[in-house]
Design a protein around this ligand. Structure first.
Ligand code: UD1
Length: 368
């Protein structure tokens, strides 16, 4: 009976592991067993607990409780604690997802102990080394044995890096597995009724990248440009903890508003957040995962970044790369308000069955 460590640490990991755990549980005949390792990188009820409850993720078998810190502090704490766990209670495979610090730290600790690593969402690249996530992707993929990929571009990136074909498994997108499963359960958050958003004349805003939110003046310029380009439209902004600190320094709080249009709220749980996105005119974001969800829901998405590691959301989906210069927003918003946004399609293999394919492959890779 092979034992797989399923690793999750931060908010965008939780929707990616939920269907994998479900798929392992649904296939007892494979002999695969798992244990869920939560590193504790995200620990708040709003950033973590809500997602476990809503997505039916079982309680972690191990919580490393690393908490917050600098990049190196978090990486070091996760490595030390995960190594200890592996030494005390070995496992047969370390399965990591996405690109957060926990992804990289656990893959290093595992591989150094000779535990093979599987990376779900392997092979994607933005080329932007100023983002911690890009470093996490590169380091993780350099020591990954088995790559479970979301796109043909990812497959090509891996081939170019010399990864042999038998280590690449093009399975689709587990984040989309979760979205498709949860679509019928989406439900309105309190802000829906409070702000009377039923007329759909609202835009969802999320910003949390250090490059966009750590410098107060940069964040203010971005918010001003968004307000200016969206006449008579409510802007619903669930605020990430990192962004909250900068907004507070700028004097924005839940009660301040651009003539009542800017609605700041706490981070939303999964079902409520995606309900808003599904019913919005558009999303303005610097997240990567949200560009994928908006693409599948057919909602226009404006990404405030200069690069993306998910190019299919632009070439196939509803996403456009606006850039990080606030003045670049205006023409895109004009197009949106003129009703001329492109229509997107869903990228190949984003069909809700990625986790099943992953488990199918794992059963072959880790025979009983
Ligand atoms: C991390 C990921 C990023 C992902 C994002 C989603 C890395 C390098 N970055 O960034 O890819 O898009 O999560 O949220 O792994 N904090 C809380 N409560 C929590 C967790 C964090 O208040 O439960 C605070 C921390 O104290 C810190 C800030 O939020 O000040 C940022 O947390 P951190 O874990 O450093 O990374 P994120 O910016 O959330």
């Amino acid at each position: 009976m092979a034992l797989i460590d399923v690793v999750a640490g931060a908010r965008p990991n939780f929707m990616k592991i939920a269907p994998i755990i479900e798929a392992i549980r649904n296939r007892p005949e494979t002999g695969l067993r798992y244990r869920l390792v939560h590193t504790g990188q995200h620990y708040d009820q709003r950033m973590s607990g809500d997602f476990f409850e809503q997505l039916g993720i079982p309680k972690p078998d191990h919580n490393l409780e690393v908490g917050s810190g600098t990049q190196a502090e978090q990486t070091a704490a996760i490595m030390v604690r995960y190594e200890k766990l592996l030494l005390e209670k070995p496992s047969d495979l370390c399965l990591v997802v996405g690109d957060v610090t926990s992804t990289m730290a656990c893959s290093i600790a595992a591989q150094k102990l000779g535990v093979p690593v599987a990376h779900v969402e392997g092979g994607i690249r933005s080329g932007d080394w100023s983002m911690p996530e890009e470093i996490n992707r590169m380091v993780t993929d350099a020591i990954t044995n088995y790559f479970f990929t979301t796109s043909e571009v990812a497959n090509q990136n891996l081939r170019k890096a010399g990864v042999s074909e038998e280590r690449i498994f093009f399975v689709g997108n587990t984040m989309i597995d979760t979205l498709l499963r949860q679509l019928p359960r989406l439900r309105p958050p309190a802000v829906w009724a409070d702000e009377q958003l039923g007329d759909h004349r609202f835009i969802v805003v999320t910003l949390h990248r250090p490059a966009n939110v750590d410098a107060p003046e940069k964040l203010r310029a971005m918010i001003d440009a968004i307000i200016e380009g969206t006449p008579d439209t409510k802007l619903v902004f669930p605020v990430h903890p990192r962004t909250r600190k900068t907004l507070a320094a700028l004097g924005y709080s839940a009660d301040t508003a651009a003539d009542g249009r800017l609605v700041l709220c706490e981070p939303l749980p999964y079902l409520e957040f995606n309900f808003l996105v599904k019913n919005a005119m558009a999303v303005i974001t610097d997240s990567g995962g949200i560009t994928e969800e908006a693409t599948v829901m057919g909602v226009p998405c404006l990404t405030l970044r200069d690069t993306t590691e998910r190019p299919e959301t632009v070439t196939i989906g509803t996403n456009e790369l606006v850039g990080t210069d606030p003045s670049a927003l205006a023409p895109h918003l004009q197009r949106l308000f003129a009703g001329n946004w492109k229509r997107g399609a869903v990228p190949p293999m984003w069909d809700g069955k990625a986790a099943e394919r992953i488990v199918e492959s794992l059963a072959t890779l880790l025979p009983d």
